[in-house]
Design a protein around this ligand. Structure first.
Ligand code: THU
Length: 135
């Protein structure tokens, strides 16, 4: 079902800039309007300034006007599937709370996880509305 999205993520992985970790990651984000936005990790000599592939793809998508998403595929250079980091989970849940996270590796194949299962009880825009009501 998500095979072609995984192929796009694999292509994006070729662009990874990862001279520090040598851990290449590619992501492909499918928008509800059918467009696909890709990203790779972009590392920095100041390690904390590194941007993950998922957030690069999402930033490209948002800046091109996409606002709703179906799924994101993530492919790394590891043998096993690579789950998104905590920061990426928080950023992704804002934009695709009902979307799918699709992981792929040669060893494990395709694994589809609902976004909601990867960050249960997420802090969302609605969480702040609740705060305002009570306080
Ligand atoms: N990385 C990603 O791009 N996405 C993930 O889901 C996991 C981690 C990157 C950040 C860094 O460049 C390298 O992988 C090692 O953490």
């Amino acid at each position: 079902m998500y095979e072609s999205l995984v192929e796009e993520a694999k292509k994006a992985r070729n662009m990874a800039y990862c001279p520090y970790s040598h851990f290449a990651v590619g992501a492909a984000l499918l928008a509800k309007d059918g467009r696909i936005f890709t990203g790779c990790n972009i590392e920095n000599a100041s390690y904390g300034a590194t941007i993950c592939a998922e957030r690069v793809a999402l930033g490209k998508a948002i800046s091109e006007g996409a606002r709703a998403f179906v799924a994101i595929a993530i492919v790394s250079s590891a043998e096993e599937n690579t789950p998104p980091c905590g920061i990426c989970r928080q950023v992704l849940v804002e934009w695709m709370p009902e979307g799918d996270v699709v992981l792929w590796s040669k060893k494990a194949g395709i694994q589809v996880e609902p976004m909601a299962a990867l960050l249960p009880g997420a802090f969302l825009r609605a969480s702040m509305k609740e705060q305002t009501k009570e306080g």
